[in-house]
Ligand binder design. Structure first.
Ligand SMILES: Cc1ncc(COP(=O)(O)O)c(C=O)c1O
Length: 395
């Protein structure tokens, strides 16, 4: 018997980076010492205090049963307390917090939960590729909003045509930004709330890198903006803040209608998360050493950013200096596309980078560097690239 996948699945976007991963793996198999700057997976372990607390909770048989469908009230309370403490934002833990098995789930299921076939939403370009999967599953349309260097990779709201804004139901934004490393400002968010009200567009703030701000500047949360809860929600994940990408824990806070719809779709898809993980997540958020552990994680990425940007600068390869995240968004030299440059670096320098066009049309002309290896290897990558003499004339 032969089974065909559904038309819905046929409509899912192809995994752009699968090709890159296959090429990198082939090089490694061939014995090349590849320096892999192409990925976005935190390289260091989860802080020990979280691992220990998880071990304790896993051993407790009370955590072995089904969770409540919408998660532990104590976890929702801890998420609400965290937003209050960190950002001065109050949310009702029952109506304004949704627990998620990673923020990717929430971001992808949202169009399905809150839009109807044929509706439109706005996505950033360049942007996190998984946003597109939500459009296919929800059978909705999307329009892209360019993020340009001249605007510090913030969308120019005035440049979004009024008819496009009027049609859109939601707008996804992500600051600190993957892939550019740009950060948002309170002024921008104020303007965004006013724009959202004017055009009746829901704002979806993907705060995946919310803890990762450099130069002593903690990233601003969209929810801190007056009126934010009226117009939108924010997704917060444990993946980057606590090096917990494999654990699949996140939550969303904000507008109760949006949160209610997310909770409802999840009632039908999941039975929340393993209770031991939810208890461990509470401990992660509440422990006295929390901020100290986060500061260590941030300091490590900042040190890497500094090492990479300085080394690249020296060879005439000038970065848009990232203010947060663990990426550097680098221009490609004249005569190359994102892909031809990425291929050249892999073939001739053994350095893997993510071609910018994988993040959207406006990613063309850039590659994304993941700062997920130690500074000496980052500098070695630049040294290898220097030997190709690609930037000499641009200095
Ligand atoms: C911008 C952005 N949003 C969301 C996610 C997904 O995070 P999570 O691990 O919570 O699913 C990522 C992961 O890389 C990301 O880069």
């Amino acid at each position: 018997m032969k089974f065909e996948q559904s038309k819905l699945l046929d409509g899912l976007p192809k995994q752009f980076f699968a090709n890159l991963v296959a090429k990198v793996n082939k090089k490694i198999e061939d014995g090349v010492d590849v320096i892999n700057l192409g990925q976005g997976n935190p390289d260091k372990p989860t802080p020990d205090y979280i691992v220990k607390s998880t071990q304790k909770w896993v051993a407790d048989p009370r955590t072995h049963k089904y969770s409540l469908f919408r998660g532990l009230p104590a976890f929702k309370q801890a998420a609400a307390d965290f937003y209050q403490e960190k950002y001065g934002v109050s949310v009702d833990p029952e109506k304004e917090v949704a627990i998620l098995g990673g923020s990717k789930i929430g971001l992808v299921e949202l169009p399905w939960a809150l839009m109807n076939p044929g509706d439109t939403y706005l996505l950033p370009d360049p942007g996190y590729p998984d946003y597109f999967s939500g459009a296919a599953l929800g059978k909705v349309k999307f329009a892209t909003v360019p993020l340009l260097a001249e605007n510090n990779f913030l969308p120019d709201l005035k440049a979004i045509p009024a008819d496009v804004a009027k049609q859109a139901k939601f707008f996804y934004l992500n600051y600190p930004n993957n892939p550019t490393g740009a950060v948002a400002t309170p002024e921008f968010y104020k303007e965004l709330v006013a724009w959202a009200k004017k055009y009746q567009v829901g704002i979806i703030s993907d705060f995946a890198y919310g803890a990762l701000g450099f130069d002593g500047q903690a990233p601003v949360s969209f929810m801190q903006t007056p009126g934010a809860k009226e117009v939108g929600v924010e997704f917060y994940t444990f993946s980057k803040t606590f090096n917990m990408a494999g654990w699949r824990i996140a939550f969303a806070v904000g507008n109760p209608d949006i949160i209610g719809a997310l909770n409802l779709i999840q009632d039908h898809l999941f039975v929340s998360l393993f209770p031991a993980l939810q208890y461990a997540a509470i401990d992660a958020l509440k422990a006295p050493q929390r901020d100290q552990e986060i500061a260590k994680i941030v300091a490590r990425y900042e040190e890497r950013r500094n090492a990479f940007v300085k080394a690249a600068d020296k060879i005439g390869w000038h970065a848009f200096v990232p203010r947060g995240t663990f990426y550097a968004w680098m221009p490609v030299p004249k005569g190359y596309t994102s892909e031809s440059f990425a291929n050249l670096l892999l073939d001739r320098a053994g350095v893997a980078v993510a071609p910018g066009n994988g993040f959207g049309e406006h990613g063309e002309g850039y590659v994304r560097i993941g700062l997920l290896i130690e500074p000496d290897r980052l500098v070695e990558a630049v040294d290898r690239i220097a030997k190709l003499h690609l930037f000499d004339k641009e200095d």
